[in-house]
Design a protein. Structure first.
Lengths: 147, 147
DNA sequence: GTATGTGCAAAACCTTTGCTATAAA
DNA sequence: TTTATAGCAAAGGTTTTGCACATAC
C-alpha cells in the first residue's frame, strides 16, 4: 500500500477526517525524498493551496506520527529543528556535514549491541535512541577544511 | 586545580572579568552533581543573590563552554532543554528514564567503532556525537510498566 | 447534524540580544 | 579610566494552542 493510501486509512481508522489540506500535505510527503521539515512542507503546500496554514501542517505531522506512519528525528547536535521521514524503513541514523549540510544515512549494528549491553548491565529497557553525528563529509574535507 | 580556580583563570585568561555573579554561578556548578541546566542554576544563584538574572547565567555558561570547562548535552530525545556538565571526564552518554527521569551515564566503546567505521566507509570526519537514549530504568520496569 | 479540522493570531518555551548602567581591572 | 558585564525586557525561532468558523462524514 502506498503512503497516501496508508495515511488515508490510518487517519480514518483513528476517527479522523481526510481533509483536502491533509491530502495535499500527505501527497507532498509521499513525493519527498528522505527528510522533510514542517516549514519545507508548509512552503510547498502553501504553493498549492494558499489557504493552508503552518498549524495545519504541524497538526497533520502529529496525526501521522501518532498513526505510526512517520518518524521524527533531529539531524543536528543542536537539535534546532525537527525533521520527519516515512516510518518503517530499517532503523538508521544520520550524519550531517557541518559545511555543506549534506546528510548521510547509515545503519549501525553497534547500536544494537550497545542497547543489549545496557539492558543487561543496568536492567533498563531502551525504547528510543536518538543519535546525531556531525563533522565534515569527504568532499568538504578535501576542499579546504574548516574547524 | 579545582573547578572554581580553573574557571577563574580561564575567564581572566580570555580577558574577561570574574564578577561576583560569575563567582556565585561557578561555585554552584562546582558543587553540583553531574548535570545542571540553566534554570536550575538560575534558581539556586538567585536564592543567594536576588539580583542575578537568567541572562547572566546563560552568559556565564557560554563563557565557560567557550573556555572548554563545561560541555553541553541534551538528555532527552525531544531535546527540550540543554544540560551542562564539567568537561574533561571520559566521553560518555546518557540514558534517561521516561518515568522517574533518572539519568544513567555510561561509556560506549561501540561509538568509537561506529565512528571509525563511518570514517572508513564514507571518508567523513566525525566531530561530534550526540546520543540520547530513553526508556524505563530497572526500578520503573518492575513497578508497573508504562508505555 | 455533529464532531473534527482549519486559519489566524497569540502563547509557550528555551535561549539570545540590545541597551544603558555598573563594576572589574 | 577603560572595557567587559549586569539586568531588564524584548526579540528570536520553532512548535503549540484557543477560539470561532468551516467541513467531512
Amino acid at each position: 500500500m502506498n503512503f497516501l493510501d496508508a495515511a488515508t486509512e490510518a487517519i480514518r481508522d483513528a476517527g479522523g477526517r481526510f481533509t483536502n489540506q491533509r491530502r495535499i500535505v500527505v501527497e507532498l510527503m509521499a513525493g519527498s525524498e528522505d527528510h522533510f521539515d514542517a516549514e519545507e512542507l508548509y512552503h510547498r503546500a502553501h504553493a498549492q493551496d494558499e489557504s493552508i496554514s503552518l498549524a495545519t501542517v504541524y497538526r497533520t505531522l502529529h496525526a501521522l506520527e501518532d498513526a505510526g506512519l512517520i518518524d521524527q528525528h533531529y539531524l543536528t547536535r543542536d537539535h534546532d529543528r525537527k525533521v520527519y521521514e516515512p516510518a518503517g524503513e530499517a532503523e538508521h541514523y544520520h550524519f550531517t556535514c557541518r559545511q555543506c549540510h549534506r546528510v548521510i544515512e547509515f545503519q549501525a549494528d553497534e547500536i544494537d549491541l550497545l542497547r543489549q549491553g545496557l539492558e543487561s548491565a543496568y536492567g533498563v529497557r531502551v525504547d528510543r535512541v536518538c543519535m546525531c553525528l556531525d563533522g565534515l563529509c569527504a568532499e568538504c574535507r578535501s576542499s579546504g577544511e574548516i574547524g
